[in-house]
Write a protein that binds this ligand. Structure first.
Ligand code: MFK
Length: 116
């Protein structure tokens, strides 16, 4: 799956640079959307982010994510973000666990069925 993302002042850490937590949030959400597209309701069990270069505000990045492998209810996923020159600025790997829709009901909100 591919997405284009531009961080803005809402995500600032050091001046002009995205906060690492904001970058991790976007990557986690990218994985969540990937698994939504695949049609697997799953949640993050483990997330690792490698910050290779500062992620600049107001700069478009290409984000790419995919499923590396599956072991039963465990989905191992990977992603990377590259700048317009093709240089990798951030990478992430994560373990998502497939859960039943009752998992989402624990938060008290509506858990809409996940469809591909
Ligand atoms: C309907 C709308 C859907 C929208 C979804 C959007 C999702 C967007 C992404 C998110 O933000 S998700 C929110 C953040 N994540 C959470 O809130 C999850 C909190 N954790 C849990 O609820 C439970 O841990 C979970 C349901 C995921 C699993 O609980 P379990 O008690 O079933 O399993 P456990 O935690 O013991 O670990 C499962 C397996 O992972 C393995 N494991 C854990 N860390 C690992 C690691 N780092 N590497 C490899 N394996 C690992 C662990 O050993 C174990 O292996 P086995 O099943 O074979 O014993």
């Amino acid at each position: 799956m591919r997405a284009r993302h531009v961080f803005d002042e809402r995500h600032v850490g050091a001046p002009g640079i995205a906060h690492g937590g904001a970058v991790a949030t976007v990557l986690d959400d990218l994985f969540g959307f990937l698994l939504y597209l695949i049609g697997e309701p799953a949640v993050t069990r483990h997330l690792e982010v490698g910050y290779r270069s500062p992620v600049l505000l107001g700069t478009p990045y290409l984000l790419e994510a995919g499923v590396q492998r599956r072991e039963g209810r465990k989905l191992f996923v990977r992603a990377q973000g590259t700048d317009e020159g093709g240089a990798a600025v951030v990478e992430a790997s994560a373990l998502f666990l497939v859960v039943g829709l009752e998992h989402f009901a624990r938060g008290g909100g509506d858990a809409a069925p996940v469809a591909p």
